[in-house]
Design a protein around this ligand. Structure first.
Ligand code: SF4
Length: 414
């Protein structure tokens, strides 16, 4: 019997099949991403082939750009016919663009790329697809005409995220935009940018309040979150009016406070500042009758990340400071030690800062690496204590606790 092996289709054959499928996506009264893509120089056949093959037709490529060591990703179609470069482009703090700047970026995408700009990723990086043959010239244009630079990929300082903060948001407790700018232009950060010197990526995020829109607690090696000391401020008169209008239920406010800091005696609402966990619940429910306190601070968290050798971690509260500059020395010491410990072989490639702290232990990190020895420091902010990178003592404590539960259910191990 003759056995016939089905030959896999070529990219062109898949593309032919896929283009038929795309007709369906262009039909109907709704906006079509295919119709929009066709207006750009995007190789729609590659997309069509991917749809028909049920796998992307793009594969990793390689490229070299003069004096650029990070910030671009090369890819090519599986048949090698089309190549493109993803340029990651540094964005302004809070992604606030002037019309002029945005127009320049659009011109850039048209002149050197496929006419496409992607606003993608948790970090808010802007991605512009560029034609490889004009990459060198494109970098010059980006720097000299647009006035920004190619961003970051790999083991370096990645795009820094700042929430829109004081530009638009009524909850902002500090100037996140200015803080990000200052962080970015710190001489050491500037020196490290654009070079792949670290064991893995480094991210910093700036959130104006505990709502933490940039997710600094979970996703930043260093996070800076606006907080306040003590209780939120209550405008009793305004609150009374809101209660009378049925906008706020004070009993519910008290019941839903996660730390039980709120009491309501039928006339006045009181908040115990020593118990307030900065959850923002009462503020969200009764703003502006309840507002953050006036004694504004910045909580610094360290070691948070999603990707890393030992899994995701929440940032560990390091200190409460008055300005981001106060913490810059710790940032520099942390990064320098992270690199040093890689040379010693303790930190491995792909260990994030949270992994590094876990390996050396949080106490040693504080006292020996950061040199924080004063009584009362670091101030572990109560609202930021949950989760985080465990130190040796905490790990033993939780391991014992878990062991006890196992013992209770399954009996003592022989
Ligand atoms: Fe506003 Fe806070 Fe979100 Fe920043 S983190 S945008 S201040 S709610």
């Amino acid at each position: 019997m003759e056995v016939r092996v089905k030959r896999p289709l070529t990219v062109d054959e898949y593309a032919k099949e896929g283009m038929e499928m795309l007709k369906y996506y262009e039909s109907g009264p709704w906006p079509s991403h295919v119709a929009e893509l066709k207006k750009s120089k995007y190789p729609i056949e590659a997309y069509a082939a991917g749809l028909a093959a049920r796998k992307t037709m793009w594969a990793a490529g390689s490229a070299k750009i003069r004096y650029v060591y990070t910030g671009f990703i090369a890819r090519r179609t599986r048949d090698g016919k089309i190549a493109e470069l993803h340029f990651r482009v540094w964005q302004p703090s809070g992604y606030l663009y002037s019309t002029e700047k945005l127009r320049k970026l659009v011109d850039f995408a048209d002149k050197y790329g496929l006419g496409l700009i992607e606003l993608a990723g948790q970090q808010g990086q802007m991605i512009i697809s560029v034609r490889p043959e004009v990459a060198d010239e494109a970098v010059d244009y980006l720097r000299n005409v647009v006035g920004t630079d190619i961003g970051a990929t790999g083991d370096t300082i990645r795009e820094l995220a700042a929430c829109v903060g004081p530009a638009l948001c009524e909850f902002a407790l500090y100037n996140t935009l200015e803080a990000r700018d200052k962080f970015l232009t710190h001489p050491k950060i500037y020196e490290w940018m654009s070079n792949q010197l670290f064991p893995f990526k480094f991210k910093a995020k700036f959130s104006g309040c505990p709502f933490d829109c940039t997710r600094a607690v979970h996703r930043a090696d260093f996070g800076f979150i606006g907080v306040w000391e003590g209780a939120p401020e209550v405008d009793q008169e305004l609150l009374r009016r809101k209660i009378e209008a049925g906008e706020v239920d004070p009993a519910k406010l008290a019941a839903n406070c996660p730390s039980g800091a709120i009491t309501w005696d039928g006339k006045e609402l009181k908040i115990d500042g020593s118990r307030c966990k900065k959850s923002m619940h009462c503020i969200r429910a009764a703003f502006p009758a309840i507002k953050p306190g006036k004694k504004v601070k910045i909580a610094v968290v360290v070691g948070g990340h999603v990707k890393g050798r030992f899994g995701g971690k929440m940032g560990k509260p390091l200190a409460v400071v008055n300005s981001v500059e106060e913490a810059m020395d710790w940032v520099v010491k942390t990064v320098e030690s992270w690199m040093e410990y890689m040379e010693k072989g303790v930190v491995k490639h792909k260990d994030r800062i949270g992994d590094f702290i876990m390996k050396v232990g949080f106490k040693k990190y504080l006292t020996e690496i950061l040199g924080i020895k004063e009584e009362g420091k670091p101030t572990l902010h109560p609202s930021l204590r949950a989760g985080a990178v465990l130190d040796d003592e905490e790990r033993t404590m939780w391991a014992n606790w878990a062991g006890k539960i196992v013992e209770e259910y399954f009996g003592k191990r022989p």
